[in-house]
Design a protein around this ligand. Structure first.
Ligand code: CA
Length: 313
């Protein structure tokens, strides 16, 4: 009997807390299958078993958050045809120059040419941040699951220059939707360390936060032991370009030694590097060899499949 109890306890311990299991982050929704940052792409990612659904957010002229990867509208909407005269001198259409009502009349489309066909039907909308949250929370209610959101504040310093500060408006929304404290099912991400420091130290935000780090030479110092020491004073983890991890896998160990999570971006089946014979090999390399805590992917289903099979072994 004692032995049975011992075995049960060991098994329970081996299962570990769910929070430490590696996660799948649906990058721009299931963007490998449907136009990025649409409610349809978010719903598909949810159904495929994502742990977190990512929203990139920018502000409109009338201070509403919409889900867009860029501060520009033309890479993923038909704004050029609909509002030909509303571009700036640099030839670009900025979300910050349009009201939410105007943006809602646009047709959103996929960015990458090899993916969901651009043009024609069906009509896709640019969602507001609130609509994206309500979709995830609604599905959490109907499915009984508890999936998180993973919003990225896009170009906060640029927004301040447009007289559209993001930070307080953002905190008001997430708090209104019940995201509070370090265990909330949310990761707040940003490429600008100053923004996360401001949220954490000046605005009292205790939500989990991820500092995104590009593979730019300028940002290299952030992925040193000294850089990570600094990041650990305000962030919960890092979101490096996957190439940075491949170049120096030790960075995962260094981050873990500072209790920082590592969520690299982005695994893409249709852009899988040639050195991997199959996409599943690239997924395995990151989760099992580099031992990251989560991955951003355009192909949620592929990462979920890998983790499920790996867990069963
Ligand atoms: Ca993003």
């Amino acid at each position: 009997m004692k032995n049975v109890l011992f075995v049960v306890i060991v098994l329970l311990l081996a299962m570990g807390p769910a929070a430490s299991d590696p996660i799948v982050i649906a990058h721009r929704g299931a963007s490998g299958y449907l136009p990025e940052h649409t409610l349809e792409a978010y719903a598909m990612a949810y159904a495929m078993g994502a742990d977190y659904v990512e929203q990139d957010i920018v502000l409109t002229k009338d201070s509403h958050f919409v889900c867009l990867h860029d501060i520009y509208l033309e890479p993923t909407t038909d704004v050029e045809e609909r509002f030909p005269d509303r571009k700036r001198a640099d030839g670009r259409w900025y979300a910050a120059d349009f009201t939410l009502a105007e943006i809602k009349t646009l047709n959103a489309h996929e960015r990458l040419p090899n993916r969901f066909p651009v043009g024609g039907a069906p009509h896709f909308e640019v969602p507001t941040f609130e609509e994206a949250i309500e979709l995830v929370q609604g599905l959490n209610k109907t499915t009984g699951r508890d999936i998180g959101i993973y919003p990225e504040l896009k170009a906060p310093t640029w927004h301040i220059a447009q007289k559209l500060p993001m930070e307080k408006a953002f905190l008001d929304i997430v708090e209104r939707y019940g995201y509070k404290g370090p265990d909330a099912k949310i990761f707040v991400q940003c490429f600008e360390p100053m923004t996360l420091q401001k949220l954490r130290n000046d605005m009292g935000c205790t939500l989990p936060m991820i500092l995104l780090i590009s593979d730019d030479k300028v940002e290299e110092y952030l992925l040193t032991e000294e850089g990570l020491d600094k990041i650990a004073t305000f962030a919960t983890g890092i979101g490096p370009d996957k190439k940075s991890v491949e170049e120096n896998p030790k960075v995962v160990e260094w981050a873990h030694a500072r209790k920082l999570l590592v969520h690299p971006y982005t695994l893409r089946k249709d852009q899988c590097p040639k050195k991997y014979a199959a996409f599943q090999d690239e997924i395995k390399q990151f989760y099992t060899v580099y031992k990251v805590d989560g991955m951003f992917t355009d192909f949620t289903d592929e990462c979920v499949k890998y983790l499920a099979a790996n867990k069963a072994n």
